[in-house]
Design a protein around this ligand. Structure first.
Ligand code: NAP
Length: 283
């Protein structure tokens, strides 16, 4: 069966899932949405949503009380009560392990869209835009004319450093691999080796994308009190936040930015990733 003939049941989630459902519908797919009654939308009964070929759960599928994460619903949904209805379904979520901890027998039918490279690359755009928004909200100066350090030259580091340059910042990028330092130079940025932070007190903004403790006490003590740190790395992040507070340095751990600043774009990124996976499975 080609994915175009299939019905999608979108269960809960934040506005990303709402826009994902809308994008599927706009692209001509049959969609049954549950978990958005607070938005006054085309919600359907849970049994009807589960009676779909493909079930799409939130990025983090379950909350601590094991219900499907559904902040826009007045009802709760414990999927364990509907385990039989999940048999033979194709299931998508962001954090697959969280799903498997509740349904360990469904390993071969659940896919994670957030494990896909194209998802992470496309998601770097709303993340970088959100990082810049955070920087502007928490500072009194413009990015234009500022001295900025971007730690890490992975997906987000690449997109963010280009955006910051486009806004007129003087951008330095850090990386640990010589090959990345070569690309940084070739792309016209100043480059420094991650950890070699000798002139770190000259930056107005530091954006961290490295998921490892990089901005430790010894580095933080060298910073100017006017430096603003925006840490984008997933928990626990790359900054010693307790030390930053003690040193009087403002450090913001800015997480889940795509869903917060651009839920429509983020939902469309999820949609296109899921369709890519299904098309590949179709052969
Ligand atoms: P990525 O492409 O893997 O880039 C990570 C960068 O960190 C690479 O340059 C990598 O260098 C470097 N790195 C990793 N470990 C290091 C270490 N121990 N020492 C020095 N450098 C190290 O990842 P990404 O897609 O840019 O994402 C970056 C982080 O942001 C992740 O934690 C991701 O989960 C998170 N994220 C946050 C948001 C948000 O809203 N805040 C949204 C999406 C993702 P190598 O190539 O040498 O390993």
């Amino acid at each position: 069966m080609k994915s175009f003939d299939k019905t999608f049941g979108v269960l809960g989630g934040d506005k990303r899932n709402y826009y994902l459902a809308k994008a599927l519908k706009d692209d001509g797919y049959k969609v049954r949405l549950w978990g958005f009654d607070k938005l006054g939308t085309m919600d359907c009964e849970i049994a009807s949503a589960l009676d779909s070929d493909i079930i799409i759960l939130p990025v983090i599928p379950f909350s601590d009380d094991e219900n499907v994460v559904s902040p826009y619903s007045n009802s709760n949904l414990n999927l364990k009560e509907y385990e039989d209805a999940l048999k033979d379904k194709i299931i998508f979520t962001g954090i697959k392990d969280k799903f498997l901890s509740a349904f360990p027998d469904m390993e071969n039918r659940v896919s994670s869209y957030s494990d896909r490279e194209e998802f992470a690359v496309k998601n770097a755009v709303p993340t970088a835009e959100g990082a810049i928004e955070q920087a502007l909200m928490h500072s009194d100066i413009t990015i234009n004319g500022s001295k900025v350090l971007v730690c890490g030259y992975g997906r987000i580091g690449k997109v963010l450093s280009e955006m910051l340059r486009g806004m007129g910042a003087d951008v330095t990028v850090s990386a640990r691999k010589q090959s990345d330092l070569a690309w940084i130079k070739l792309n016209g940025f100043a480059g420094i080796k991650t950890g070699d932070f000798t002139e770190i007190n000259s930056y107005n903004f530091i954006f961290n994308t490295i998921p490892s403790l990089i901005l430790r006490e010894d580095v933080l003590r060298e910073l100017s009190k006017d430096t603003l740190i925006i840490d984008l790395a997933s928990l626990p992040g790359g900054v010693d936040f307790a030390c930053a507070e003690k040193c009087g340095i403002k450090a913001i751990h800015a997480l889940s930015l795509p869903g917060k600043i651009a839920p429509k774009s983020a939902g469309e990124i999820i949609e296109s990733t899921i369709l890519n996976i299904l098309k590949e499975d179709d052969g």
